[in-house]
Design a protein around this ligand. Sequence first.
Ligand SMILES: [Zn+2]
Length: 425
Amino acid sequence: MRSYRNRYLLETGAANPNARTLDTPAEDIGEMMKMVIAHEIGHALGLPHNMKASAAYPVDSLRSASFTKKYGIATTIMDYARYNYVAQPGDEGVRFVRQIGPYDHYSINWGYRLVPGVTTAESEKPTLDKWIREKVDDPRYQFGSGFGGEDPDSQTESIGDNAIQASSYGLANLKKITPNLIEWTTKDSKDYTDLSELYGELISVWNRYIGHVVTNVGGIHNEIKMADQEGPMFTSVPAARQKEAMQFLNQHVFATPTWLLDEEILRRIESNGALERIRNLQSRWMRSLMSTRRIQRMMESAAFGNKNAYSPMEMCQSLRRGIWTEIYTNQPIDIYRRNLQRAYLDHVKSLLNPPKSSGTASRFSFGPPTTPLSQSDVWPMIKAELKTLDKDLKKAIPRMGDQMSRYHLEDARDRIADLLNTDNW
Ligand SMILES: [Zn+2]
């Protein structure tokens, strides 16, 4: 109940006046509990999670009162699609809480309807298959387990058919609720415990919105098919969408999210810690983008000559420009960005010096095998990137107006020299 209350405030509070309090109206919390119970009853009736159900609805439909009231925010209650975080202030009458949808009627019909005249499970099958066939081309009746972390349409806690758009709306809402967080979470003669809890949850919500976008980079759509259906089951996310995801991440993650650093809030809940928190958040997503598995997935997509492929080189170049922006624009580099830039060099170092056990195809690891890093294109690509970066750093240092930025960039050059001069290769 506490978690539902907190997330209701954070995810819908900008557009939903009812959510701007920790004393959530009983009617609203009741509606949420009703939906949690419906979800659990779904499990009791044999329904698994369907994380693809929320990707059936266009993001902008989630801003429509008539659409959301009729169809909900995902096609099934079995998705992890809790709240409508897309709805914006002024979207009147929109539904904010999930509800049972068309996929639930479809799956319960398939599982439970009595087929007249059948006597065995086997003789029921042609009818059941026919019901599936009737819906194969309708996005409302697709299934995705959400496992694997590769398919941007099949993610937990996301809604809508375009994560970049949906997360942009979600972030716009978070930015509006943050300056109100103190007012909405504190009471006279009480302390700031709730504010502290909500700030922690705010970071979690931010992380989820960002994660939904990251999945698009090197993402693979998975459409479950019967053998007599046309086409492949696995296709790469279009390059244009991947590129757009990188722009989003450069803008909302690697450019310091200063709005999260609300001094009014932070100096009521902690004496320090914000620097490290931001460094952690940024470096987590930078490492995720430059992970062996993602890069090798992108390399394989390119290896098939897929015109749609977004090359890992282009991704690394975009990331370099997003993380080292100041050296291309001659701006002073603040401490958050210096931390991020060092985290980048640190991660590159770990790619070039992987622990002996990692990067090899272990039969105990999940997912498809990955090529050992020293045997893949990852090293040549990373080394080329480092050499380019070093050249750009060299040009940038004399143009830097402030001393700390110059010291930092000189240190970065030393680190790169160390990385490129190891005896490891
Ligand atoms: Zn569940």
